[in-house]
Design a protein around this ligand. Sequence first.
Ligand code: ATP
Ligand code: MG
Length: 419
Amino acid sequence: MANSVKAIRGMNDILPDKSHLWIHFEQIVHQWLAAYGYRNIRTPIVEQTDLFVRSIGEVTDIVEKEMYTFNDHLNNDSLTLRPEGTASCVRAAIEHNLLYAGPQRLYYAGPMFRHERPQKGRYRQFHQVGVEALGYVGPDIDAELIVMCSRLWELLGISGLRLEISTLGDSESRARHRARLVKYFELHRDKLDEDSLRRLHTNPLRILDSKNPRMQEVIDSAPKLIDDLDEESCIHFESLQHILREQGVIFDINLRLVRGLDYYNRTVFEWVTDKLGAQGTVCAGGRYDGLVEQIGGKSAPACGFAMGIERLLTLMQENGNEILQPVPDIYIVHQGKQAMDYAWKCAELLRCEGLSVILHCGEGGFKSQMKKADATGARYALIIGDDEVNAQEVTLKPLREPTEQASVKLATVVELVGK
Ligand code: ATP
Ligand code: MG
């Protein structure tokens, strides 16, 4: 075969033998969000590069090396495939004045793009469901977002997720903490690796997130954010914990939680599992009170999270949830011109009754049509020949149980199959 064109590395096809899992997941998610009063928003997959640089932060992994950025030479614009959804959601809310009508509970779902090294649970095109509550100061809404998540895990049949929460304080306490960190790491320059040295003055908080085992000691002894926290943030964090306890949500406080995006303040959280190896975070989020103003809107508090659909689907399967592929109710087998016309009519009538019906298309004798019927997994074959047309009846043959076939009226088919 000549060189065939392949999909791009790290970007996966979702084939019919798996897509039903996605549909099952999406249906649960839409219902779950409706139950909490969140409304769907759909934004373009491509945005001005500047939107992500300004929101995610210039010296983050995403902006430094993971974005699919290209020049739209027709307009001479720098565009980027969205690496996450919050920035677009906030941009759209500002552009269309959504907050003018009051706070907004919003959500979106779809593909995101990051140029990372592909491995299990980490892809270059991956999918997220993101939830954003714009215009709420919290901590009640922070708690709502977290409580919602734990409800979703139940609906999806996922157990064993651990919740980690933390607070980053307000921007002043973050600045104080940052200054102390820089000073501390300056004193221990010799213990830093190359990546961390580079980040020392641009993004020292990210050093704390380093996985380099040689640096764990110097990281463990670094100044703690908790000592720099402002009082209001402490109260906010306490109230959040109170609601979570009242709701019976179990959590660990991890004051070392560092998110890979710059826009967070105060509450941050992650849902993690140890069933997915290094890709253990399935959902992450927090408060981003400065972002709306940063993107050019009138200052408004906000909080949100995003979850990785691929990782959640893997977990659902690991938890032993068997989601069966849907099968058609009926496969219609027909022979002869007259029978074909009748078969078409029957097919449409049965579909009107809510049944899933495959009408045999193409050539083929009775035997080969029956084989095809069987291969689709259909529960019944409906056989139509001249005799059936003359009697205005059909022959219904159960394919998955030993019951005998029978000649019946179409209305009886609806009754028998619909059960
Ligand atoms: P990680 O630490 O795994 O790189 P992150 O902090 O970069 O995650 P976020 O930007 O917070 O991730 O995205 C929220 C969720 O989206 C993650 O918790 C994860 O479940 C999922 N996710 C992020 N990047 C990828 C990817 N490349 N492939 C698959 N899922 C991803
Ligand atoms: Mg990442």
